[in-house]
Write a protein that binds this ligand. Structure first.
Ligand code: GAR
Length: 222
């Protein structure tokens, strides 16, 4: 039997997206995928409790004084875990360039809006949903994209829309978007793990096989 595809996660918060990955890939129904570890960007992040409960390895990045220090720690840990795919699931830091280079085409991020709108540095969590409401947009959503050297900029793999309703607050939009995130993130990871999608050298997303998990909006012609 071929070895399982090894999935590592980077997270900063409560880790509900990490949990969605564990629920989908950990266990006897999914022997070909394995969530091998989570790196939290800070001590006390809720994702660490979830990892403990799920029996998944965890590490906390030391408060690195230099970006080189952060890069070395991340590379070493991800390499030790023999990670095939790296998933940013609520990760609030910029991934160091050396890590992006090492994992290009194998590193994904989920963002709680329809990129390229409402992304970039400082746009995370409730701030995204506040900006969405303030702008008066009627449709927001969730995006999974390949990670490159800038915040929220890499090629988009899939998106799903979510309505913004009268009377919405950042919290109510966040909750509605989050349920969609929990669906499209595991779907996107499975697409990458199975080889249904890949990042081509020209930095385009190419769907190489018909993808049947069609509850996500994808650009299948690439
Ligand atoms: C999620 O909504 C995720 O999309 C967002 O943080 C939340 C983490 O929730 N990420 C960003 O804003 C990154 N720019 P979780 O810890 O429950 O998965």
């Amino acid at each position: 039997m071929s070895e399982a595809v090894r999935i590592a996660v980077l997270a900063s918060g409560g880790g509900s997206n990490f949990q969605a990955l564990v629920d989908r890939f950990q266990g006897p129904d999914s022997p070909e995928r394995e969530v091998v570890g989570v790196i939290a960007s800070r001590e006390g992040a809720g994702v660490l409790d979830r990892a403990r409960r799920a029996g998944v390895a965890s590490a906390v990045s030391p408060p690195a004084s230099t970006s080189d220090g952060a890069a070395i720690f991340l590379r070493r840990t991800l390499d030790e875990w023999r990670s095939d795919i790296v998933v940013l699931a609520g990760y609030m830091k910029l991934v160091p360039e050396a890590v992006v280079r090492a994992y290009r085409g194998r590193i994904l991020n989920i963002h709680p809006a329809l990129l390229p709108s409402f992304g970039g540095q400082g746009m995370y969590g409730a701030r995204v949903h506040r900006a969405v409401i303030d702008a008066g947009v009627r449709i927001t959503g969730a995006t999974v994209h390949f990670v490159d050297e800038a915040y929220d900029r890499g090629p988009i793999l899939c998106q799903w829309p979510v309505p913004v309703l009268a009377g919405d607050t950042p919290e109510s939009v966040a909750a509605r978007v989050l349920t969609v995130e929990h669906r499209i993130l595991p779907a996107a990871v499975e697409a990458l793990a199975s080889g249904a999608v890949r990042l081509e050298a020209d930095r385009r997303v190419r769907w190489v096989r018909e993808w049947f998990e069609t509850e996500t909006f994808t650009n299948r012609e690439g």
